[in-house]
Design a protein around this ligand. Structure first.
Ligand SMILES: [Zn+2]
Length: 567
């Protein structure tokens, strides 16, 4: 492709509204342009890179035996009503009506649509297993679109859905996708961190997110450097530290604390560290009050709490319930109580020495509270969010934390849609069986942004070859008739060899052309300049290296081939 005929609006300066590195570079390198808040146009160079990613995803999905569909973006509200999500999806789902008043959703995801079509396509155990997918646009009415294409209103996703006869089949399909995802991201040149994710009621390795470490990531990951444990913050567990401070135990004493209720207030009032406080929060779990107690430096993880309580519904107790079960207004609850209430203690509580907690009376707290003496821990569980420095749940080493962008997610849906949408197939014995599902997504645009986040330097993008929009950036420096003819001949030669070449045949200064080449970051730069016209030498440089190779025209193809194989 000749640059003189291309559209490549590179920018020297950072755009003012782009706060994230990938966003800045993608705009500066002429890959994307903003259309409006949360919507982006892919210019020719950006669309080529995106298509490379799509090609890798499609190739690996096909290799894994998945079957590609193309589904409508308008999904009928009837389907969403069947699964119960027409109401549950909330304001993130774009809803529209046609001229006859029939309602549709602009698909934010396609579980219903795929379950609906598969219901009519499978009828017997002979039709299973199947894994069906598409690479298509998704819509989400983001309340706060940001970070360029990382969180936008419209994006391309690869979404796949597996249908199996039983759990064993699902486990197999899931593991195939796990391996496929690892290969896809590896081929994209992305260093991903697969982490265990929370699946609500289901435990075990039933959900995995593929995260890319990034300062702008919206998720927090907990990682163990010793044993390799990694999980997102919702899911991550931690181990109790079994050491106690050697402090002498004080006696239990009431302290008047007028209007001192929050953790911050208490820390200031008692001039103590937050971990000395025993934060006690009343919830209603399946209709019954339960008190959750954690140290003041930790947050209660409601998903963990619900699981530990064995509850399918959990919410903060209203004030009236708090007053009823503690005998005091909100802010003064604590585990030192004679009332008959179920109390779940976080792992952080047991080794607290001389703690402080609400006295279940208005404007009163206890200090010198010691677990085991002043209250007994009957139910202990991990009910708080794991934090950096916590002991790894597998090996006990201190965990570190990182922020991450989620680029892929695999998840065992089990029977959620096949049951609600009445999908059955006949088993070998002629019995109607409900198939079991898995779902597997990859955000294509985010993957591209993540690649740019991971592959760049101060001059611009440094594309891995697999996803680079072109392989070779040919730069012509000569302006004379003969020089143009000779460089054109090299361009033709490279095309004939099958390389993807972007040919800078514009009339511009060498500095301008090199700056553009560095900014858009194609793997190999080939320069035809004065060395060529003086002594027949072509200059070849890899974007990621500083070394310039000088070689005669005859050796050019071999050198490019060799350098590309390591790009
Ligand atoms: Zn560990």
């Amino acid at each position: 492709m000749r640059l003189s005929q291309y559209i490549l609006p590179t920018l020297k300066e950072d755009p003012s509204d782009a706060v994230v590195l990938s966003h800045r570079l993608m705009i500066r390198a002429g890959l994307i342009r903003k259309e409006s808040a949360g919507m982006y146009i892919y210019l020719p160079l950006g669309w080529r890179a995106l298509r490379k990613i799509i090609g890798i995803v499609r190739g690996e999905m096909d290799k894994a035996g998945a079957l590609e569909f193309l589904m409508p973006e308008l999904t009928s509200s009837d389907l969403w009503r069947e699964s119960g999500r027409w109401d549950a999806m909330g304001p993130e789902m774009f809803r529209i009506r046609d001229r006859n008043g029939i309602e549709y959703a602009l698909a934010p995801t396609h579980e219903e649509a795929f379950t609906g079509v598969m219901r009519n396509l499978i009828s017997s155990y002979r039709d299973l297993p199947k894994n069906v997918y598409q690479i298509n646009t998704k819509f989400r009415d983001e309340i706060r679109p940001r970070f360029g294409v990382i969180r936008s209103k419209e994006f391309i996703m690869k979404d796949a859905y597996s249908f199996d006869m039983d759990e064993k089949g699902l486990e197999y399909s899931y593991q195939v996708m796990r391996k496929t995802y690892r290969r896809i991201f590896e081929r994209c040149g992305l260093d991903t961190i697969p982490v265990e994710a929370d699946t609500g009621a289901m435990g075990g390795r039933d959900s995995e997110e593929f995260m890319v470490a990034s300062e702008v990531g919206e998720e927090v990951l907990l990682l163990c450097g010793s044993c390799g444990y990694r999980a997102n913050r919702e899911k991550a567990g931690y181990k109790r530290k079994d050491t106690k401070s050697g402090e002498k135990l004080k006696g239990l004493a009431e302290v008047v604390t007028p209007d001192v209720k929050t953790i911050d207030d208490l820390v200031k009032f008692f001039k103590c560290a937050a971990e000395r406080l025993l934060k006690s929060i009343i919830y209603v779990a399946d209709g019954r009050p339960v008190m959750a107690v954690v140290t003041g430096d930790r947050g209660i993880n409601e998903q963990k709490l619900a699981r530990a309580a064995g509850a399918s519904s959990l919410e903060l107790a209203p004030e009236t319930v708090v007053e009823e079960v503690t005998g005091a207004p909100v802010g003064f609850a604590g585990p030192v109580t004679k009332k008959d209430i179920r109390i779940l203690y976080d792992l952080s509580v047991k080794n607290v020495v001389n703690g402080i907690t609400g006295a279940n009376k208005k404007d009163l707290h206890f200090e010198g509270v010691n677990p085991g003496r002043d209250f007994s821990i009957k139910e202990e569980a991990d009910i708080s969010f794991a934090e950096e420095g916590d002991a790894c749940p597998q090996c006990g080493s201190a965990m570190s934390s990182k922020k991450g962008i989620e680029v892929g997610h695999i998840f065992k849906l089990e029977y959620k849609y096949t049951r609600s949408m009445n999908v059955t197939v006949l088993s070998e014995e002629g019995v109607a069986v409900t198939p079991i599902m898995g779902t597997y997504g990859i955000g294509i645009n985010r993957t591209m942004a993540a690649i740019v986040e991971q592959h760049n330097d101060e001059k611009g993008i440094v594309w891995p070859r697999s996803v680079a929009p072109f392989e070779v950036h040919l730069v012509r420096l000569g302006k004379g008739e003969m020089e143009i003819r000779d460089t054109d001949a090299i361009y033709d030669m490279l095309l004939k060899e099958g390389f993807e070449v972007l040919y800078d045949d514009r009339t511009a200064s060498p500095g301008y052309k090199f700056a553009d080449a560095d900014l858009i970051g194609l793997p190999i730069r080939v320069t035809i300049g004065k060395h060529y016209f003086r002594n027949g030498e072509v200059e070849v440089k890899q974007r990621k290296e500083t070394q310039v190779h000088k070689i005669e025209k005859d050796g050019l193809i071999d050198l490019i081939t060799a350098l590309l194989s390591v790009s």
